[in-house]
Design a binder for this molecule. Structure first.
Ligand code: ADP
Ligand code: ASP
Ligand code: MG
Length: 413
């Protein structure tokens, strides 16, 4: 039988009623003849609650215990979904990550998937089971410890299963009916895209559009998984939602296809460091070893052999960054006069494949922000994106005015 992967996010399994509703959708696909692999998230809010408990008990926690705790929300929904399906007379059972086993590396809280052996679940399908319900977000390390794939990681579990089982499609059911030109919570002018290219989705996701986890898009692109994002609250149809697909499947590329934002960023500045060969490594190696995800970096012009270095990272990693840098200072590897953390900044980005062939997008973006009186603190660009770091209080205004300026409400794909 052809295999279909259906992933239900937190809001789609938020309570028993919603689990029933999701199970009914699964039942429809089973009736069409698919063997279905259902990937579930924790009930909405659950993972945040678990993370909150971890932070309260131990702010600079042991990541192995973090994973043991925050992975547990998915165990509950996997079991409940299997039971609900059984009540509907659909043959189903649940799997936790380690039972599959979904094998990952040992990078706790941001583990990468190494392998998903299919024999276990395939044998059950061959025996007549119709639905395998798998707890998303979690796996097992070579040391036999529970790992998690990073926040939003159930999307990645879903795509990885679709690739491993050569599924006909991977449907991501969520609380919006597709991928929009920007987060529909920020402006009601946001428009749903019928199709979006893998590369654009990859940029939007990595720049903060949390509708899909970045790794899931990477995997879908690499294994050519047919990936669809759709609402678990609307009518079921084969053409609903947004298809994430190869660039060639989209007739006309937009100069800008979407605006993404990442609300909780921090800008860190090391004041007066020696401008010498090896200084960047001396700063960023300890940060990376401490698990800090450094994003934008600028080094200022040096004066009398000293310079300032600025970088951005997620705001919840500031304490880690401060500790790593002060440890490096104590051990004499680097020296700086001051470390300033500006924790009130957000990143706003414009993304579009059409930027490759059209100039002037950056200039337009800066002009729009300047007209709104928004000061740009850091700029980063790549072939298909421009990102700026700005004060958090201007974030929504910046997203809305860029969405207007690039006329995204008129976009049709
Ligand atoms: P789930 O719990 O189903 O995984 P998420 O909350 O992770 O859902 O992702 C869905 C949310 O992503 C939407 O509610 C929306 O607010 C947000 N979002 C951000 N950017 C976009 C975008 N460009 N298109 C659609 N949704 C977006
Ligand atoms: N429950 C996890 C989270 O909230 C994984 C997911 O929902 O994708 O991050
Ligand atoms: Mg999600």
């Amino acid at each position: 039988m052809p295999v279909l992967v259906m992933k239900f996010g937190g809001t789609s399994v938020a309570n028993l009623d919603r689990i029933r509703r999701a199970a009914k959708r699964v039942g429809v696909e089973v009736a069409k003849g698919y063997d279905v692999i259902v990937i579930v998230s924790a009930m909405s809010g659950k993972t945040n609650e678990l993370v909150g408990w971890v932070d309260e008990v131990s702010p600079l926690h042991d990541a192995r215990e973090y994973d043991a705790i925050v992975s547990s929300g998915e165990n509950v929904t996997a079991g409940l979904m299997a039971l609900t399906l059984q009540e509907m007379n659909v043959e189903a059972r649940s799997w936790q990550g380690w039972q599959v086993p979904l094998k990952t590396n040992s990078t706790h809280s941001a583990a990468r998937i190494d392998d998903i052996p299919t024999d276990n679940i395939s044998a059950k399908f061959a025996d007549g089971m119709r639905v395998a319900v798998v707890a998303g977000f979690q796996g097992v390390s070579p040391e036999n410890r529970i790992t998690t794939l990073g926040r939003g990681g159930s999307d990645t579990t879903a795509v990885a299963f679709a690739a491993a089982f050569d599924a006909v499609r991977c449907d991501i059911y969520t609380d919006v009916d597709g991928v929009y030109t920007t987060d529909p919570r920020i402006t009601d002018k946001a428009r749903k895209l019928d199709k979006i290219a893998f590369e654009e989705m990859l940029e939007l996701a990595s720049l903060g559009a949390k509708v899909l986890q970045t790794r899931s898009v990477e995997l879908a692109m690499r294994f050519n998984v047919k990936l669809r994002v759709l609402s678990s609250f609307e009518e079921q149809s084969d053409s609903a939602g947004t298809l994430v697909c190869a660039e060639e499947e989209i007739m006309e590329q937009n100069v800008v296809s979407g605006i993404a934002y990442s609300r909780d960023e921090a800008k860190m500045t090391l004041v007066s460091i020696a401008d010498r060969p090896g200084i960047a490594a001396a700063i960023f190696v300890p940060l990376s070893e401490a698990g800090v995800n450094v994003d934008m970096i600028i080094q200022n012009i040096s004066e009398e052999g000293r310079t300032d270095m600025t970088f951005s990272c997620p705001v919840d990693q500031v304490a880690r960054a401060q500790k790593a840098l002060s440890d490096a200072k104590d051990s004499g590897d680097i020296n700086f006069h001051d470390l300033i953390a500006d924790t009130d900044v957000s990143k706003v980005s414009a993304v579009g494949i059409g930027m490759r062939s059209q100039s002037g997008v950056a200039a337009k973006m800066f002009k729009v922000l300047s007209d709104e009186g928004v000061n740009i603190k850091v700029i980063a660009t790549s072939e298909i994106k421009i990102s700026v770091l700005i004060d958090r209080k201007y974030m929504e205004l910046a997203v809305q005015s860029l969405h207007d300026a690039f006329e995204l409400e008129k976009l049709a794909t």
